[in-house]
Design a protein around this ligand. Structure first.
Ligand code: NAD
Ligand code: USQ
Length: 427
């Protein structure tokens, strides 16, 4: 299969490109390298030293004997080029990762809110309209997010895979209908993903496009079997307050002895998936597209759920690094239950990798190896959801000084007790 990977230079796209190439597919990456530009704007770098894309592709050719193509194109700004490109590339499938994906970055300023909406909504619509205009029959797999459902809309009821069956009252009784699960976005970034869903519903119904929307949880870990084959293939590892996600941040913080930055009470429950399961899920989705005329297929791409404070306790117990309970810069529920259905991937052969399978240690090892690259001033989350909200910046003096050169003890060297720095959440 020829697979076009939009956003193939990013954290999820790069390991997916290598995995699919390794599995014998012809792969072309399309990316505008905007994520690397945002690193420059934020004056922060991936914890891992990622190489320029051209070098990544040359090294992959050398270690695998396989070629991956690259097209530099801005999906949001160059729809005509995209339309002209599709008949030349003739992809059998398109995987769409190419969006601004950080909720805190999307809430940073009016400019980043507008950029996130302009970039994400236009990228998705330009793609859909270009596929139609060019007469492409490629199946589309899009990376959506668990955050479209929100956290708490249905209490403790399990979150179904995309659709909800509802009964609508009529003059004669009631009719049963299947609707998209109500959207409840918690950031401008998540809002763009809820808009994507409506575009998919429309293009599937109007143009018979075959679309799969993967509602993915937080991806943790960094390496896959392919990215580990040469250091120059290493995947990115974001740790800063905007792009770093919670579990990877805790593992990096532990590696430098920085207190683990729990927002609020840490009662937020979120869904997670390891990067190795993520690439396998993409392959499963590519192998099982919907038929033309079907509504978009929705899979919940998650393997487990955890409360933030439990993750902090786990990392703290492995490393002895204390936990800091900080003011939450986000507008989100302090505590929520999360029960997610993921029956479809399990039925199609996904064998989930869970937190307790040694991969935590592997990820901690990566964080430890590159800890000298950390800029401690970039760790605290400073993007606030509403003007005037407090951030942990005011508490920085109270936190123990991080020490980038401090070696972290291995699990065997530490006791199982978890320490905690109590800085009462103030809102
Ligand atoms: P990332 O920022 O690392 O990668 C996105 C890539 O898309 C970057 O290489 C960027 O340069 C490119 N891109 C962005 N806008 C583009 C445009 N207009 N034209 C061309 N290329 C463009 O993000 P990621 O973590 O790899 O996430 C990929 C997708 O998966 C996103 O859509 C995100 O919403 C979704 N997702 C990610 C996670 C996670 O934990 N990382 C979880 C759930 C869903
Ligand atoms: N959190 C902390 N401390 C931190 C960082 C985060 O307590 O240092 C908390 C946040 O307040 C939030 C939770 O951890 O309650 C998750 O935050 P996150 O930054 O790990 O993840 P999130 O902002 O939800 O976004 C990430 C990806 C996004 C993807 C989403 C999947 O960046 O692309 O869509 O996970 S989901 O969360 O399922 O919607």
């Amino acid at each position: 299969m020829h697979v076009l990977i939009l956003g193939g230079d990013g954290f999820c796209g790069w390991p997916t490109a290598l995995y699919l190439s390794d599995r014998g597919h012809d792969v072309t990456i399309l990316d505008n390298l905007s994520r690397r530009a945002i690193d420059l704007e934020l004056e922060v770098e991936s914890l891992t030293p990622i190489r320029p894309l051209g070098e990544r592709l040359r090294v992959w050719r050398r270690v695998s004997g396989r070629e991956i193509g690259f097209v530099r194109l801005d999906l949001a700004a160059e729809p005509e080029r995209l339309t002209a490109l599709l008949p030349t590339l003739r992809p059998d499938a398109v995987v769409h990762f190419a969006e601004q994906r950080a909720a805190p970055y999307s809430m940073r300023s009016t400019t980043t809110k507008r950029y996130t909406v302009d970039n994400n909504v236009r990228a998705t619509h330009n793609l859909l309209s270009a596929l139609v205009q060019s007469g492409s029959h490629a199946a589309l797999v899009h990376l959506g997010t668990m955050g479209v459902y929100g956290y708490g809309w249905s209490g403790s009821a399990p979150i179904p895979e995309g659709y909800l069956t509802v009964r609508v009252p009529t003059p004669d009784g009631e009719v049963e209908r299947e609707i998209l699960h109500p959207a409840s976005p918690g950031s401008v970034y998540h809002l763009t993903k809820t808009l994507d869903q409506l575009m998919f519903a429309f293009y599937a119904a109007n143009d018979g496009m075959r679309i799969t929307d993967l509602h993915q949880g937080i991806v943790w870990g960094t390496q896959t079997a392919q990215t580990a084959r040469d250091e120059r293939l290493i995947n990115r590892f974001d740790y800063d307050g905007d792009y770093g996600t919670v579990l990877n941040r805790f593992l990096m913080q532990a590696a430098i002895g920085h207190p683990l930055t729990v927002h609020g009470s840490g009662g937020q429950t979120r869904a997670f998936i390891h990067v190795r399961d993520m690439v396998r899920c993409i392959e499963i989705a590519l192998e099982n597209p919907p038929a033309a005329g079907d509504k978009p297929k929705v899979f919940n791409q998650v393997t487990e759920s955890h409360r933030v404070r439990d993750l902090a306790k786990l990392v703290s117990s492995l490393t002895g690094v204390p936990t800091a309970y900080l003011p939450n810069p986000r507008q989100e529920a302090d505590e929520n239950e999360l029960n997610v259905r993921n029956d479809q991937f399990l039925a199609l052969g996904l064998n989930p990798t869970t937190l307790d399978e040694g991969l935590l240690e592997e990820c901690r090892e990566i964080a430890g190896r590159y800890r000298s690259r950390v800029d401690p001033s970039k760790i605290i989350a400073r993007s606030v959801w509403r003007a005037g909200m407090e951030t942990a910046e005011d508490l920085l003096e109270e936190l123990p000084e991080p020490s980038p050169v401090q070696a972290t003890p291995t699990a065997a060297e530490t006791s199982a007790s978890s320490a905690s720095v109590q800085t009462a959440p103030r809102r």
